[in-house]
Write a protein that binds this ligand. Structure first.
Ligand SMILES: Nc1ncnc2c1ncn2[C@@H]1O[C@H](COP(=O)(O)OP(=O)(O)O)[C@@H](O)[C@H]1O
Ligand SMILES: [Mg+2]
Length: 496
């Protein structure tokens, strides 16, 4: 996935860029803890003879205060001279505080420029812009937010935050406002925000949390111990009583690589998980429906085949067998949907089943070889069924009409066990910007040169034409090829 951070051009190495992306993935916590807008600025690429500038790579607003920066600054380049505090932080590798004139506020606002270290190099500056009103904390929770923010800032300056670990940001994590707890180096709670107290209540904890560890309070979570021991953040879901689930994230606070405290964020995710479970069971229900549809189709096709065997007339038998085959080709799609009830079906799997069906219908097994090249990727369930029926029809024709010997037209010819296949059918599949393309080519006797798909009344190819043209909005061409054989080409427009 390309993020805006990658669109900004810099001289950063991939490892440095990854460090900044981890910061961008986890910095909403920093914006909330500091009640501030945050910007991430990096130097522009070096151009000989030119003064390097700064470019904004990321921007985030706090969730708990009005923003100070209403414009989107990502991608904007600014001269170092006008962002001299940020430039100073970058050069000196230390936090530079000051004030800048804010055109919208009409007065100067405080800023804090935090150098972002990676290894032995300062690679970026995190600029904190905030209102004077938040500068002085009044309540306990504000004091504790600022305390943790200050410690995380020191970790950024020391290169200890963000944590060097993969998949940060792909995990869902609680936010500061969901519930915030500060612990000391032993995991004892120093402060718990009102929302954290609520979450603890939901978990059945009613005693005063301060001075105790989560385990002492009866919360079965090892997140804090793990985070303190490994110096890495830990995310855990704690289940309490049958129906309460709380998501707990524990971020160790480090000083010179030693954890001397931890921040815990917790969110009651009971409702979310309940919905997840409902969705899961909805998926299971859809799978079950497809499974039953498939079973019913198979029953119908068995009934037709039973009936076909009892009929005296060869014409009637053939008609029932064809109907049975068409139903089986639809069942193939439901069989796949019963395994993965998404909107998209991997068409390759359908193709393999249809090919097997066609090969099985040849009277002399092994005399016709079908090969498949390319793929159609994922096809929506709506398209898959008509397309499967059409392709089954075309493959069946190749098996049935192209090689009269193989299909039993001339008994004794090219029969079973005679070695190499005498007939070849090549299915070519392609998908892309132009839509879906399917071609089926055989090297058999070739369709009648006067054949016209738009005017044919024969059942099989009329079905194919109607499905492709009327139902799927595509086009079809059928004709004999020079050198022998028949070529059928289907094109479907790209999905809207
Ligand atoms: N691959 C092929 N090779 C030779 N002839 C074919 C091929 N496909 C179709 N045909 C001819 O076109 C006719 C029409 O096909 P179709 O509409 O599927 O009807 P059916 O298969 O029931 O005869 C077939 O009867 C056959 O003569
Ligand atoms: Mg046919």
């Amino acid at each position: 996935m390309t993020t805006p951070a990658e669109l900004v051009s810099t001289d950063l190495t991939p490892a440095e860029l990854a460090h900044l992306k981890r910061l961008l993935a986890s910095w909403s916590v920093l914006a909330d803890l500091s009640f501030s807008d945050l910007l991430l600025v990096v130097p522009t690429p070096e151009v000989p003879g030119e003064e390097p500038e700064l470019v904004v790579m990321g921007q985030i607003r706090p969730n708990n205060r009005p923003t100070m920066l209403t414009q989107d600054l990502v991608g904007q380049t600014v001269p170092r001279t006008s962002w001299s505090l940020s430039a100073a932080a970058l050069e000196r590798g230390e936090v530079v505080r000051g004030a800048v004139h804010h055109p919208l506020v009409g007065e100067s606002v405080p800023v804090e420029n935090v150098p972002v270290r990676f290894g032995d190099k300062v690679i970026a500056v995190m600029v904190r812009v905030y209102s004077r009103i938040v500068a002085t904390p009044v309540s306990m929770y504000e004091k504790n937010y600022f305390e943790v923010f200050g410690r995380l800032v020191e970790m950024i300056v020391a290169g200890e935050f963000p944590f060097a670990q993969e998949d940060v940001g792909t995990q869902e994590t609680p936010r500061v406002g969901d519930g915030f707890v500060l612990c000391d180096g032993e995991g004892r709670i120093v402060f718990a925000s009102p929302n954290a107290i609520n979450a603890l209540h939901r978990m059945g904890v009613y005693s005063t949390p301060e001075g105790h560890t989560l385990t002492e309070l009866g919360v079965e979570s090892s997140a804090v111990q793990w985070a303190l021991a490994t110096c890495h953040p830990v995310v855990e879901e704690v289940e309490r009583r049958p129906d309460v689930i709380v998501l707990v994230q524990c971020v160790p606070l480090l000083e010179q690589r030693v954890a001397n405290g931890a921040m815990i964020l917790m969110r009651d995710v009971t409702d979310v998980r309940r919905l997840d479970r409902l969705l899961l069971s909805k998926d299971a229900a859809i799978r079950e429906v497809h499974h039953r549809v498939k079973n019913n189709l198979q029953t119908i096709s068995s009934l037709l085949s039973l009936q076909a065997r009892r009929l005296g007339s060869e014409e009637g038998r053939a008609a029932l067998r064809e109907a049975e085959r068409r139903i089986r080709s639809i069942a193939v799609v439901h069989e796949i949907l019963s395994r993965d009830p998404s909107d998209q079906v991997p068409f390759d799997e359908i193709v393999s089943s249809l090919v097997r069906m066609a090969e099985d219908s040849v009277v002399s097994p092994g005399s016709v070889e079908v090969t498949v090249e390319g793929d159609l990727g994922e096809v929506t369930a709506d398209t898959a069924t008509p397309l499967a029926v059409a392709l089954a029809e075309i493959l069946q024709n190749a098996a049935e009409h192209a090689f009269p010997a193989a299909s039993g037209g001339a008994p004794g010819d090219a029969g079973a066990g005679s070695g190499a296949p005498t007939g070849h059918v090549r299915v070519t599949l392609a998908h892309g910007g132009r839509g879906l393309e399917i071609s089926v080519r055989d090297d058999g006797r070739g369709i009648d040169p006067g054949f016209d798909i738009s005017r044919t009344t024969s059942l099989g190819l009329s079905i194919v034409r109607d499905l492709v043209v009327s139902q799927l909005g595509g086009s079809i061409a059928v004709g004999a090829v020079a050198g022998g054989g028949t070529l059928v080409e289907i094109r479907l427009p790209p999905p809207r």
